[in-house]
Write a protein that binds this ligand. Structure first.
Ligand code: K7E
Ligand code: CUA
Length: 668
């Protein structure tokens, strides 16, 4: 089952010579059968009615969402919409959530998300929140893990490609976002050929420990490289953050060649306590910067947007000691810090070794001024002064590393399609297992924290090819569950995933299972258009705007017959699900609407905008099969020509209608 090492080396030579060859070689000699543990079926079997041991949060990649799976079963539990509109529940279509997708570029219906990150307390995932990055238009999002809902999105200014994000400091004081693409700061119209002069990178530190209050604490101005990934120090290295960078050549074209020239690029080591000092001493410059902060108000559950106009920018030239460069072979990708906080492991995509830096040696090198040069105020430490060791002949294309808490590290090998287990301190490879195919990230629950739950490893593979029943040119993405509880890794399960799950994080189910909200308390609903009882619904006109307030309960809407809408009106249906019972949802959709349905959680109010195009009768109905009389859960809206004298009518009590007419306060 092992890949012959000679074969690997040939491949190494081939692929490093011709970088175009970087795609995927399946280990041909292995047969999956021989890799699968004999008791695999029982190990992943979760009997009907039983729960999984872990929640696993996998990035939805280019779907922009998060997918929640149970482990070890690989069962899909939920899709959480984050950066993309989600017609399944109305996220980004209904009026309450639309502001979450506002940016300075306007309303954006999509993004590409790569890295889910659980909040931590003292270096251990605590289950309060999950953060995730938007890669295309740089943003970070907070998901509340009592509701599995996106509550907050912050745009990152002076950045393009929010890839190294949103990794957390050990108690989630900050999460980070570093720019993948360097750009002019401020971003202005300059010749692309002026890259070396005008393009810069930024590393952003974002305050994250208070819901609804995320903001850019400060940004650090960096040379115009590409910043790729990051991880916080912990234990002895607490207070430091490590980011990989490539393209230290500062090429702006044909990067596959031009950014692969230098023998070494860098891991940037950032002393963020020092950055805080510089901010406190007034050494950070306030830079005009345009960005958006969106968050959900906790009682009205309405998202709000605020436009921000400045950030504090730290230039390492005027804040010495804030950043150092650790030379790192060949376009590093991942950078991962072991549970003790001593070792900083980089994944050199094109390197033939896995370089491991030592935090202790780094501190000494800084004290001894063991610098080989200084770039824009950032001292470059000598490689030999900081390197703890190199894992020799690990395989091809090392990308990402996680840890089991028992002294071992596991690195994904993109090109040779395998996971390699090696020992911290001795750097010897102790085991390897093929994966199918071209693994990107791998994940061990808690595997980047102080306390890994080192039982399982999930390999997230880029290429699926022949693993499942074929489904045309595009196959589902593939994850593989591997048992790492013994000396030898054992393959347990393949399961398909959505989008492209770059990274995932997982935690024991018990951390959050009993904290789940079952319904929203109707009494505490402060949505301005809430309808709390059967007779409180109605219809009101303000100019060309018509507001309809309505309840949904098994098995009717009230009101369910509405008249007086005219062609040319913009209609808002404000529907409140007045159920106070777990998992009893209703839906709402009306003929000819140009957005998605509303899905109404118990106790929640959601608003649908509708612009009827012509006169006639328009039925609406409940989209969620809620009861035996679900098919009876319907109603009609009559639409009359513009200027018609059809009176406003909702078949609820007169009193309500009069009150509603008075309350034309013009708010949404
Ligand atoms: Cu390696 Cu975007 Cu984390 Cu994908 S990145 S693999
Ligand atoms: Cu309510 Cu179906």
């Amino acid at each position: 089952m092992k890949i012959s090492f000679k074969g690997s080396m040939l491949l190494a030579a081939a692929s490093i010579g011709a970088i175009g060859l970087l795609y995927a070689c399946a280990p041909k000699s292995a047969t999956t059968q021989s890799l699968v543990s004999g008791d695999a079926a029982s190990r992943v079997y979760v009997a009907p009615g039983s729960y999984d041991e872990f929640y696993s949060f996998m990035s939805g990649g280019y779907s922009g969402q998060v997918a929640v799976y149970g482990l070890p079963s690989g069962r899909l539990l939920k899709l959480i919409p984050v950066f993309s509109q989600f017609p399944e529940d109305g996220y980004g279509y209904n009026e309450e959530t639309k502001p979450l997708l506002q940016t300075t570029y306007g309303f954006l219906p999509w993004d590409d998300s790569h890295h889910p990150e659980l909040s931590q307390t003292d270096g251990v995932p605590d289950g309060r929140w999950l953060f995730i990055n938007a890669n295309n238009t740089p943003r970070v999002a907070r998901i509340d893990l009592t509701r599995f809902e996106t509550d907050e999105i912050l745009q990152i200014p002076n950045s393009a490609g929010g890839h190294a994000s949103p990794f957390t400091t050990p108690s989630t004081k900050y999460i980070v976002s570093a720019t993948r693409f360097s750009v002019p700061i401020p971003n202005t119209d300059v010749p692309i050929a002026s890259y070396k002069k005008n393009f810069k990178g930024t590393l952003s530190f974002i305050t994250a420990d208070q819901p609804g209050k995320m903001d850019i604490a400060f940004q650090i101005l960096m040379p115009g490289y590409n910043y790729d990934l990051g991880h916080a120090g912990k234990g002895p290295s607490d207070g430091w953050f490590f980011f990989t960078s490539y393209n230290s050549e500062e090429a702006n074209a044909k990067l596959e060649e031009n950014a692969s020239q230098n023998d070494k690029d860098f891991v940037a080591a950032v002393n963020y306590k020092r950055a805080e000092e510089c901010v406190a001493q007034g050494k950070a410059e306030s830079r005009p910067s345009d960005y958006m902060h969106n968050w959900v108000d906790s009682t009205s559950r309405l998202a709000k947007s605020e436009r921000k106009s400045s950030v504090k920018l730290i230039d390492p030239q005027t804040c010495p000691g804030v950043a150092y460069y650790l030379p790192t072979p060949k376009s590093p990708h991942g950078v991962d810090v072991d549970p003790t906080g001593e070792y900083i492991v980089a994944g050199g995509k094109l390197a033939t070794v896995i370089p491991v830096h030592s935090f202790t040696k780094m501190q000494k090198a800084i004290a001894d001024k063991a610098f080989e040069s200084t770039i824009d105020g950032i001292p470059v430490l000598k490689y030999d002064a900081v390197i703890a060791g190199e894992v020799q002949r690990p395989g091809l294309g090392p990308l990402h590393t996680e840890f089991d808490g028992k002294g071992y590290a596991y690195t994904s090998m993109f090109i040779s399609s395998e996971v390699v287990k090696w020992k911290l301190g001795t750097w010897e490879v102790v085991d390897r297992i093929p994966v199918y195919y071209s693994v990107g990230h791998l994940m061990i629950p808690g595997g980047d924290s102080k306390k890994p739950w080192g039982m399982y490893l999930v390999s997230m593979n880029k290429i699926t090819k022949d693993r499942y029943l074929p489904t045309g040119p595009e196959m589902a993405q593939s994850a593989q569950l591997i048992d790492i509880s013994g000396d030898k890794m054992k393959l347990l399960l393949d399961f398909p995933t959505i989008g492209e799950p770059h990274y995932a994080q997982a935690l024991p189910a018990g951390v959050i299972k009993d904290k789940q909200l079952k319904y929203h308390k109707l009494a505490e609903n402060t949505n301005p258009w809430v309808t709390k009882s059967e007779n409180d619904g109605g219809i009101a006109r303000t100019g060309k705007r018509v507001d309809i307030k309505m309840i949904a309960i098994r098995s009717h809407f009230a009101p369910d017959n509405l008249e007086g809408v005219q062609v040319g009106d913009t209609v808002y249906f404000h529907v409140t699900n007045i159920e106070q019972d777990w998992d009893i949802l209703h839906g709402f959709a009306v003929l000819g609407m140009a957005n998605s349905e509303l899905i109404l959680e118990p106790g929640d109010t959601r608003t649908l905008q509708w612009i009827p195009k012509g006169p006639g009768i328009y039925p609406f109905y409940c989209t969620d099969f809620c009861s035996a009389l679900h098919q009876e859960m319907q109603g009609y809206v009559r639409v009359s020509p513009a200027g018609s004298n059809t009176k406003l009518m909702a078949n609820v009590s007169k009193k309500t209608q009069a009150q509603l007419a008075e309350a034309k306060n013009g708010q949404r």
